[in-house]
Design a protein around this ligand. Structure first.
Ligand SMILES: [Zn+2]
Length: 253
């Protein structure tokens, strides 16, 4: 059957597109649904593509078995039965992509950056470096590329999904107004309010573009690709009083 190879190739392409589409949004939290299903309430395109592939595989097999007894009329019918699921799966994927963009908080995919630095008791710490093939720490929507620059890439369904606290979750840490847990190049570090810092009690502060930012983990970065105008975020755990801390980015606090 001549259709087998192109049909397989088309399904591989749309399956990969469907899988990568699902990764551009925040994964659903333990609902048994995929990210797309919980966002839109319709079947995940990956399932539709797999189902369509099964239908096509069935008709291809049928046509191989009965090849010799087929007349032109039968061939036409089989051709339609094979192409319809392919077209349906493709249109479904396109439709879901458009629906996701429309339903999203950002009305489509975004690509924003912010530079981060974390200082604790006078030392600067860097986020852990990647080990995988993709040179990435974190998830598709929020990640790092070994240089302490936070990336938000994809469709943002809810602005809460891209709060700074979520970013820390995404890279395997934790951040709130009381404590910070950070996977660093020197292992996982944790600092919390009242914890020892050079023999005194240390406290957590955050400065965005040189100004104290009290929302801490609820902060949402400015929507820019370039820095500036994109944010510089300086997180400081220090025993010094606030008025003795240097809020400027890339300078010791
Ligand atoms: Zn980026």
């Amino acid at each position: 059957m001549k259709l087998t190879t192109p049909a397989t190739a088309i399904f591989v392409v749309i399956l990969l597109s469907a899988v990568s589409l699902a990764h551009t949004i925040e994964p659903a939290a333990g609902s048994g649904q995929t990210a797309i299903e919980s966002a839109l309430g319709i079947p995940d395109p990956v399932k539709i593509v797999l189902l369509s592939s099964a239908v096509v595989a069935f008709f291809v097999t049928l046509s191989l078995i009965f090849k010799k007894s087929f007349q032109n009329k039968h061939k036409k019918i089989i051709f339609i039965l094979i192409t319809v699921p392919i077209i349906f799966a493709t249109l479904y994927l396109v439709g879901v992509t458009l629906a996701l963009n429309t339903a999203s908080a950002t009305k489509g995919p975004v690509h924003w950056h912010a530079d981060m630095e974390v200082w604790a008791c006078g030392n600067k710490y860097h986020f852990v470096h990647s080990t995988g093939w993709d040179n990435k720490v974190g998830e598709s929507l929020m990640h790092l590329h070994d240089d302490d620059r936070m990336h938000i890439e994809g469709v943002v369904m809810d602005m809460k999904d891209i709060e700074l606290g979520e970013f820390f979750h995404s890279v395997g840490g934790e951040f709130n107004s009381d404590s910070i847990t950070m996977p660093t190049t020197e292992g996982v570090k944790k600092w919390f309010n009242g914890y020892d810092c050079n023999g005194k009690m240390g406290w957590l502060y955050m400065f965005v573009n040189g100004k104290l930012e009290k929302t801490m983990d609820e902060y949402i970065i400015s929507p820019y690709f370039n820095i500036p105008p994109g944010d510089t975020i300086k997180i400081v755990f220090s025993e010094k009083p606030l008025d003795k801390i240097n809020p400027k980015f890339s300078e010791a606090p």
